[in-house]
Design a binder for this molecule. Sequence first.
Ligand SMILES: O=P(O)(O)OC[C@H]1O[C@H](OP(=O)(O)OP(=O)(O)O)[C@H](O)[C@@H]1O
Ligand code: HPA
Ligand SMILES: [Mg+2]
Length: 196
Amino acid sequence: MDNDIERVLYSREDIAEAAKRVGGELAHDYENKTPIILVVLKGAALWAVDVMRYMQYTEVEFIDVSSYNGGVASSGEVSLITDIKSDVKGRDIIIMEDIVDTGRSLMFMKDLLLERGANTVKTASLLDKKEGRVVDATVEYIGFDVPKAFVVGYGLDYSVEGKEFYRNLPYVGILKKSVYAPEHANLVDADITSTH
Ligand SMILES: O=P(O)(O)OC[C@H]1O[C@H](OP(=O)(O)OP(=O)(O)O)[C@H](O)[C@@H]1O
Ligand code: HPA
Ligand SMILES: [Mg+2]
């Protein structure tokens, strides 16, 4: 799998430091509050666990939304796969994301939560790809500002035909173009699947 990575952007140690920093900021800003950490499945699971260790009181909820039905481009439509279990009315919500790219997933969730009467909705994302934005979605707590490239690792996947790859890499790196656009290299499909 490491062979499919063009360049490592953030090491395991860089990410641990970012989680400590963001967790500290959240602990400070939500002192004496009872926020709900809303983990966006599946990609944000690793980052969310790291960050919440630095916080005091939190409740944890999960939501699963999807807009990348395989491949490297947003389908443009966000679908709600699994809804939140608890009532968010009057609550302070911290959305935990691995990446905010076009911003569509985040916008979809913010609208949903505010419509249901959440008191505040803020976002803590491992990565903020500002150059990818097509809607006006803001991230309040950012691990790293990431350049406009398809990145994988530390929760972020590249999926082909329902199979997910690279989520378990302990770092974040740029995926080689030859993996998803074989015409850019001397690779054929068979080589791609055999490299994972
Ligand atoms: O800003 P956007 O362009 O909407 O992209 C960001 C979203 O895309 C990814 O999720 P994905 O749909 O791939 O689901 P996954 O986390 O299960 O891989 C990522 O985890 C974010 O939720
Ligand atoms: O760069 C990305 N990598 C993986 N998943 C993503 N979902 C949105 N952007 C990305
Ligand atoms: Mg994905």
